[in-house]
Design a protein. Structure first.
Length: 438
């Protein structure tokens, strides 16, 4: 019996797109499959919520959390700050897992505050599950079981895991293989009910969506090649953001572009509150820098969703005016908005703020890394796919835009398009014989 036959993949929920919903309605309410998924989330089973980039996983979660107080755990510090949650490692007391899984479990369960926290919790949401390794997930499950004095999976703690394994993988510099969570025994033990969101909300272009699906599964065929070649343009006109695989390329390009603007430079310091040690940790993951350097006419990206819906994380615009209290920004859709300073927060394991950082929620947007672009929606971008080294990087990059007219490719090669074979096999298992009827 191979490892996938041994997995309890759970109840799969594929649902056809509802053609009656227009693009305006889609932006303000759940579609048919999301509504059905919401009813599943309201039950008591452990859930794995997945779907391709732009399928509305985050939007669905926001709806589910409207009237609920459930810890949201992010796989990285940067993600935790952006979603206003806490890290998976801090909540389960994992640290750096020195000494391996058993040593980590033993240390964690000696912490009385951690034990109390896990006993009080009913449910947790784990965001970006693809970036959490199998051993890490297993350690957390064993900690929960021991802390709660319950031998059932996770000690009876309900787990809602969210993410797409076709995107960025777990990082473990000490392992030669990718330690996907679904390969570990803890995945089967968790008995996840799998919900697959099929309808892509970010784009309605069927040809583009078919290409993205092929890239997601690592299929390098004639259709993908023709599409990528059709979008090659190393110097497209108009406002756009360049995506690079590496951070050094991003920093260099942004600085060069800012220096070309002749307007006066404004340097706005980020105001921190918290202990110095915690602030140093925050700086490693913050979506904004210690000092934001801006000029009128600088191209910027907004790094938070606006509660009033005027912009989203990833909206691009030009700075029109800079004051101590607000920025006036002309977005690429033509609207003029005033953006005030925001507070970014790092929470401790108990969900209490340990660091707050206040500044304008913007970064220079001439360039960003593919990794940092995950979760953002861009109107227009230029991407360099030549230096890809991880499965899912090309897919994450190409799926940032709403339509192919906004995508430009500087360079690419066939080696840019590949997926992890284990992920492809995992997806094929829970896509077999799926049906849905109202």
């Amino acid at each position: 019996m191979n490892m996938f036959n041994a997995l309890n993949i759970g109840w799969h929920v594929p649902i056809e797109a509802n053609p009656k919903l227009n693009s305006v309605e889609l932006s303000v309410k759940l579609n048919r499959e999301q509504s059905f998924a919401l009813e599943v989330l309201k039950k008591d089973d452990n859930v794995f919520l997945t779907g391709a980039a732009g399928s509305g996983k985050s939007f669905l979660l926001r709806e589910y959390l409207k009237d609920r107080k459930i810890p949201v755990l992010a796989s990285t510090g940067a993600a935790a700050i952006l979603i206003g949650g806490r890290t998976f490692h801090s909540f389960f007391g994992l640290g750096i897992m020195e000494g391996g899984v058993q040593a980590t479990v033993d240390r964690a369960t000696e912490n009385k505050r951690l034990v109390s926290r896990l006993r009080k919790a009913d449910s947790v949401i784990i965001d970006e599950i693809s970036m959490i390794s199998g051993p890490t997930l297993r350690a957390a499950e064993q900690i929960a079981k021991k802390a709660r004095g319950n031998t059932t999976a996770w000690g009876g703690l309900r787990i809602i895991a969210v993410g797409d394994f076709a995107q960025l993988p777990p990082v473990n510099p000490h392992s030669r293989i990718r330690e996907w969570a679904f390969l570990d025994e803890v995945w089967e033990q968790s008995q996840f009910q799998t919900i697959v969101l099929k309808e892509i909300m970010r784009s309605t272009d069927k040809y583009f969506l078919n290409v993205l699906n092929d890239v997601r599964e690592g299929r390098m065929n004639d259709g993908v090649s023709e599409f990528l070649n059709s979008r090659v343009n190393s110097n497209p006109p108009g406002e756009l953001t360049r995506l690079f695989p590496r951070r050094a390329e991003v920093e260099k390009y942004n600085l060069e572009q800012l220096n070309e603007i002749k307007n006066p430079l404004h340097s706005i310091e980020t105001q921190y509150q918290g202990k110095e040690r915690d602030i140093e940790n925050f700086r490693k993951h913050s979506p904004i820098s210690d000092t934001i350097h801006l000029k009128v006419e600088a191209l910027i990206m907004l790094r938070q969703n606006d509660p009033e819906g005027r912009w989203v994380n990833g909206s691009i615009g030009r700075v029109q005016k800079i004051t101590p209290d607000y920025l006036t920004i002309r977005l690429t859709n033509g609207s003029l908005v005033e953006v005030e300073k925001s507070v970014f927060t790092l929470l401790d394991a108990e969900g209490q703020p340990v660091v707050t950082a206040q500044n304008f929620p913007v970064t220079l947007a001439w360039a960003m890394t593919i990794h940092k672009a995950q979760g953002a929606t861009l109107e227009r971008m230029l991407v360099n796919l030549h230096g890809i080294w991880e499965p899912g990087q090309a897919y994450v990059a190409l799926s940032r835009v709403r339509n192919p007219e906004g995508l430009f490719i500087e360079t690419w090669n066939k080696k840019s398009i590949f997926a992890d074979n284990m992920v492809t096999q995992f997806h094929s298992e829970f896509n077999k014989d799926l049906s849905f009827s109202e």
